[in-house]
Design a protein around this ligand. Sequence first.
Ligand SMILES: [Zn+2]
Length: 293
Amino acid sequence: MSEEKSSEEGRFSPLLNRSDVQVLLKAFIDGALADLKPELNQAGEFTYPDAEKIMGSSTKNIVETLESLAEEEILVREESMTVLACPECGDTRFLIEISGGQPASAEARSKVIESLVSSLLGRRLICVAEKHAFHEGEGVPKKIYSYRLNENKRSLLEKWVMDLKPLVEALRAKGWRVDYPARIIGKSGVEHVFTLAVSYREESETVDAVIDIIVSSKPVDESALSIVLKAMDVKADKKLLLVVPSLSDRARTLFDYYKTYDVYILECQTVSEISDALFDILTSLAKIKLKEV
Ligand SMILES: [Zn+2]
């Protein structure tokens, strides 16, 4: 048992640094979510509406994220149903081709062959996504899953999943606009996800600060520099990066060198310190900003 524990401690999934993943896991931990069940939407795709509501992401993104979380054994997936899928593209939406009508005599022969094949392989189906035609018997079974929290990981996750809701509420109580998680289209047209985006005036069009949080079991390496790229692309007055527990020496040297991009770095020992640290710095930054205006 103790052996398992030490290997668990050593493995830290980078997925946990995605703010949309954080809010999803928080909902599981709090019991707001128990089981994510698939639902068929109007477009004929299987979606997870509860996850979409919480994560504010597209159907495709959600399915990929849930699968990755299941691979990391953070979530447990269970077969919910099996449906037929197109052997070419995996689409699960079809038109059924009904042969019939009045075939011209020249086509009669091929129609006979067609109906013989159909009786052996099933009806001819055409997938909606890519218009692949195939016989029912050639379709491949596709499993549709439901997902729930892996209870064996609960105590580990509780250590890493932060509860930013009280912070977000406290900042909103100041009359600020707070997006959590925040999705911002950059100048490049690429969409970036930040943990938080804050505007000091509710009706303001501009973003005053974007905040990213990286949590790790060891000093955070230079991969944290990705925030510099994201921050460059997004119009935000101040960019904050909060790391737990600290930056590695290499990463710190690089950040010092690229200071020009205005990224403020905060280091917190544990996840529990994050809220207070952010509240303090954002309040100070707002005071300066609002004085300038
Ligand atoms: Zn297809």
